[in-house]
Design a protein around this ligand. Sequence first.
Ligand code: ADP
Ligand code: MG
Length: 141
Amino acid sequence: MKTLQRTLTIIKPDAVRKKGIGDIIEQFEKQGFQILCLKMLEISKHQAEQFYAVHAGKPFYNSLTTFMSSGPIVALALEKENAIADLRKLMGATNPANAEEGTIRKKWATNIENNAIHGSDAEDTARFELSFFFAGYELAQ
Ligand code: ADP
Ligand code: MG
């Protein structure tokens, strides 16, 4: 039996500013991800700090959370088999200088911070991140 998995992705403010939303969402669908729910919104610095709490204390925490609250983002709940790992592969390396051809970061990222897209990295972080942006009823299907 196929086991479906869910993951949370964010099209970051830099990619929204560059008009990458349509292209990036098209890649999700072409790669077999089902879009369960999506929303465009802006988050505050405080909300960005809560979302990235795992990185509190890192040297880039302050500028990362300022960046993430600098403009509209698009949050999506995606589903497919092996969604977490497959999305990470489609995203490419954190630093776009190391991202492979064909990845979203290779095409859309500017630098290691302004890197176009977020994706959950494990099942427990996916659960936390999905519930950060979406209510239970929005994902009940
Ligand atoms: P990923 O998003 O690939 O899972 P991390 O979880 O390590 O990467 O980092 C979260 C985000 O913080 C990155 O996507 C990027 O926007 C930013 N970031 C990571 N490392 C750095 C760095 N060395 N300098 C500036 N920003 C960084
Ligand atoms: Mg991460």
